[in-house]
Structure formats: structure tokens, C-alpha cells
Design a protein around this ligand. Structure first.
Ligand SMILES: Cc1cc2nc3c(=O)[nH]c(=O)nc-3n(C[C@H](O)[C@H](O)[C@H](O)COP(=O)(O)OP(=O)(O)OC[C@H]3O[C@@H](n4cnc5c(N)ncnc54)[C@H](O)[C@@H]3O)c2cc1C
Length: 438
């Protein structure tokens, strides 16, 4: 056994000289946030031949889809059980990877098709596909400062545990969920005037597949009946099961997700405590099925809505319910209004089988900036409207639109692009009606 060369005790001593290590990057597109929105934006831009950097405050890529263990792709399919899809492109590549790795399950109905996935496989898809596309990852990097000249963002300044990084780019995508880029650039943003609750998700294993498995309505009703006794904030909950696997993702908590750093950390602890209470409830109520369950992993706190841009268009719930077909529509979905605005429950308003609502490009751009597009949780709308367009299917469609729009804008303005040309590039995501799920 070799222990390697002995070190030279004289030459291996270092002392901080006060200078912070500083790295600089220059790229075509800088994407802030590596969740499903940022990943899709970066991949689509790379496919257009752009040099792309993707930044995330976490030490690994994947955002909430991976690290908060969301567990299910919603909003990708039309309502009904035929499995016709709304969003194609990067979503095709992702679904093919998950299928090839036996890491997803298509649940057809009762309302629509959703895709349950294994979060570890999804994280490898994110990492390997970004790597293969030549996207430069900058992880563990928190956005600290934004350099803006008039209507153009010029650079972002990041802090990491190893030193600082400056990224200069022609275009920027704010996929941070919290509009971190737009906010630090001094652009107008919005914060909710009523709370929108997040959820601490958890993966459990050790379910007894020979026992009665409580389905959605039964489970939610039982949790609601017993929640108070177990000290649960939320009175209801959902379990996402995988056929023939003794594993489920539980979504049965509510927690506040404040923008204050100390308060946000405290809520992380409260979320896990709520999960533990929920697990005690399920074990007691369904001893045959849940009696031997163990926690496999707690996600990071799941954040639904905190801060978002003030866009050129403010999407309102009437436009969602009324299926308004915007002149600048770039994405579509039929996901219900799913507004978690009360501690004990949430608004769940579903649509009929023919329903389609749209995301206008105007909700993704700030009236004050020419080279910035927001994607995903931080586009502009009222909380009810946003609750129906921020699930991961439409986030992917928005990511493709952001990359295409910034490509069309080049060194010009996203406010002056040819919208018909953008829509033609996105035609599958706006008009295609097939795509049958396995
Ligand atoms: C509990 C919960 C359950 C949900 N259930 C479903 C579901 O079943 N199906 C579904 O489709 N959708 C679901 N959603 C919605 C969906 O998960 C999210 O809306 C979606 O994941 C948003 O993706 P995103 O990429 O926009 O944001 P995120 O995944 O939040 O990514 C944002 C990234 O930006 C990074 N970031 C933020 N600020 C900074 C900064 N200052 N510096 C550097 N990096 C930063 C973060 O670290 C993060 O990785 C759920 C959401 C929650 C919270």
C-alpha cells in the first residue's frame, strides 16, 4: 500500500493574502437557475449554437425538480386519457432518457396524463445532457450583483466557496424562481400580497404492496380528518405511487417560504418536522400499508411563489379560465388552478377535456430590459394564473421560447422580435395535437 509522496512541510503552507480568487467568463447566454426552466433554456440555446453558462446557488444542477423531489411532470399533456401532449422538443429527449432508464411512469387519468419520475435519474439527465451540449455549469454560485447599462444587462457577479465569478453575456435568462436576476438588476418585480405556501416533499420506501393502497381521495380525506390531532398545518395530502415499487413521493405539508434568509432557514426545519408528523399519522391510520415505511430522502423545501417580474403583460386568472389565445402565445397547458393560498388547503379548479390556456411572451419580459427573459416560476401573472402555468410542462415550453426569442433578438431587443417567426420556431408547442404517451 502506497500513501503517496510525503509532503514538503516548508512549501505547502498557505495564508490568505486578502485577495479573493476571481474568474471571468464571456458567453452568448447566461442562465441563472438550473431547475427545469433553466435546463430547458440552456439546452435549447446550445442547440442553436450558442455558448451558454448555467448558474445555480446549489452545488448540483436540477433545481426543485431534482432537489425538492417534485416527483411528477404535470401540464405536459392535454386533459383526457388519450395521452396527447402539449410540449415537445427538449421534453422528448428527457422522456426518452427516463424511459430508457426505467425511471418514469405515465399515469393516464383520471383528469390527464402525468409522468412520475425517479429524481436521481432526472438529475443525471440534466447533468449529462447539459454536458453533452457543451453548457458551462457554474454551481454553488450565488448571484450577488448585476451590472446593467440602461436597458441591457451586461454582467452578473457571483460568489462561490472558492472565489468570485463574473459572467458577461449578450443575453440573460432569469430562471431563478425568485426573479433574483431581475430584482438585483433593479427592475420592477412583484411579491404576493397573500401567502402562497410551499411544501416539504419526501420519498418513502417500505410500503407493503400486498395491503390495501389508499388512493388520492381516500388518503386526502383521512389526512384531513386526523391532521389537527397530529399537529399538521395542511389538512390533506397526496401520495404518488410507482406500480410494483414499494416507494412513494408524499406531498402532504404546507410551509411558508419567506424571502428573509434567517426565516427561510427556520422554515426548512419546520417542513421536515411536519413530514415526520404526517408519517406518524399514516403509520397509525394505515398500519398494514404504511406501517413499515421509512424515509428514503427529504427534499429541499419546495417553493411555489416568492417574487416575480413585473412583465410587459400581467397574466390574469380570467385569461386562463377564458382560454385567451394571445397574439404572442408561446406555450400552452391545461393544468388546473392549483393555488396553495391557505395553510390548511388549496384551490383546485380543473378544466374540461378540450380546454387549453396559453402563456404570452409578454409575461416573460420586463418592459425595462431588452436582453432578459424570465422563465418558469418568476414570469408575470396573478397568483391563481401562475399556479396553472408554472408546473414543469409549461416551464419547459417557456424555456424553449426564451432561448429562441433571445436568439431572434441577438444584440437587439426582445421587445422587437418578429413574433410570427418565434411562433413558427415553436409551432409544435403551439399547435401539434398528437404525441401518444406509452
Ligand atoms: C412542493 C411543490 C410541488 C410541486 N408539484 C409539482 C408537480 O407535481 N408537477 C409539476 O409539474 N410541478 C410541480 N410543482 C411546480 C414546479 O415544481 C416548479 O414550478 C418548477 O420546478 C419550477 O422550475 P424552475 O426551474 O422555474 O424553478 P426552480 O426549480 O426553483 O429552479 C430555480 C433555481 O434557481 C436557483 N437560484 C435561485 N436564486 C438564485 C440565486 N440568487 N443565485 C443562484 N441561483 C439561484 C435555485 O437554487 C434553483 O435551483 C411543484 C412545486 C412545489 C414547490
Amino acid at each position: 500500500m502506497s500513501y503517496g509522496r510525503p509532503i514538503n512541510p516548508e512549501t505547502t503552507i498557505v495564508r490568505h493574502d486578502g485577495a479573493i480568487l476571481h474568474r471571468e467568463l464571456e458567453v452568448d447566454l447566461c442562465v441563472i437557475g438550473a431547475g427545469i426552466s433553466g435546463t430547458t433554456t440552456a439546452l435549447e440555446a446550445a442547440r442553436l449554437g450558442k455558448m451558454v453558462a448555467i448558474v445555480d446557488g446549489m452545488p448540483a444542477l436540477g433545481g426543485q425538480a431534482v432537489h425538492s423531489i417534485i416527483g411528477t411532470f404535470c401540464g405536459l399533456y392535454r386533459n383526457g386519457t388519450h395521452g396527447h401532449r402539449f410540449t415537445f422538443g427538449i421534453a422528448d429527449e428527457m422522456l426518452a432518457y427516463l424511459e430508457a432508464n426505467d425511471a418514469c411512469f405515465y399515469r393516464h387519468g383520471p383528469m390527464t396524463t402525468v409522468v412520475h419520475y425517479n429524481e436521481i435519474a432526472l438529475s443525471r439527465w440534466v447533468e449529462t445532457s447539459l454536458d453533452a451540449a457543451g453548457v458551462i455549469p457554474v454551481t454553488g454560485a450565488i448571484l450577488r450583483e448585476v451590472e446593467r447599462e440602461g436597458r441591457r444587462i451586461k454582467a452578473v457577479k457571483l460568489v462561490t466557496r472558492y472565489g468570485d465569478v463574473t459572467i458577461r453575456a449578450e443575453s440573460f435568462a432569469d430562471c431563478s424562481g425568485d426573479a433574483a436576476l431581475a430584482y438585483l438588476a433593479g427592475l420592477q418585480c412583484r411579491e404576493p400580497d397573500e401567502k402562497v405556501y410551499g411544501t416539504q416533499q419526501v420519498v418513502v420506501e417500505g410500503l407493503n404492496l400486498d395491503a390495501h393502497q389508499p388512493e388520492r381521495d381516500e388518503l386526502s380525506e383521512r389526512i384531513a380528518q386526523k391532521a389537527e390531532k397530529y399537529g399538521l398545518i395542511r389538512h390533506g395530502g397526496i401520495a404518488f405511487y410507482f406500480p410494483d415499487k414499494d416507494v412513494a413521493v408524499l406531498n402532504m405539508t404546507h410551509l411558508e417560504t419567506p424571502l428573509d434568509p434567517i426565516e427561510a432557514s427556520r422554515m426548512g426545519q419546520i417542513g421536515k418536522e411536519q413530514v415526520d408528523r404526517g408519517i406518524r399519522l399514516l403509520r397509525d391510520e394505515y398500519p398494514d400499508f404504511f406501517g413499515n415505511m421509512r424515509v428514503r430522502s427529504y427534499g429541499f423545501p419546495g417553493i411555489r411563489q416568492t417574487r416575480w417580474i413585473k412583465g410587459a403583460h400581467h397574466l390574469v386568472v380570467d385569461e386562463v379560465v377564458g382560454q385567451k389565445k394571445f397574439h404572442d402565445a408561446i406555450a400552452r397547458t391545461a393544468w388546473p388552478i392549483e393555488l396553495h393560498n391557505a395553510p390548511e388547503g388549496f384551490v383546485w379548479e380543473t378544466f374540461d377535456e378540450n380546454h387549453t390556456h396559453y402563456v404570452p411572451f409578454g409575461s416573460m419580459i420586463s418592459p425595462e430590459a431588452d436582453n432578459l427573459v424570465a422563465v418558469g416560476r418568476c414570469i408575470d401573472g396573478d397568483p391563481a394564473a401562475l399556479s396553472s402555468v408554472r408546473v414543469m410542462g409549461p416551464c419547459m415550453a417557456q424555456g424553449m421560447a426564451a432561448a429562441q426569442a433571445l436568439d431572434l433578438a441577438g444584440s437587439g431587443s426582445v421587445h422587437q422580435i418578429d413574433i410570427a417567426a418565434l411562433q413558427s420556431r415553436l409551432s409544435d408547442n403551439l399547435t401539434r395535437t398528437d404525441g401518444v404517451a406509452p
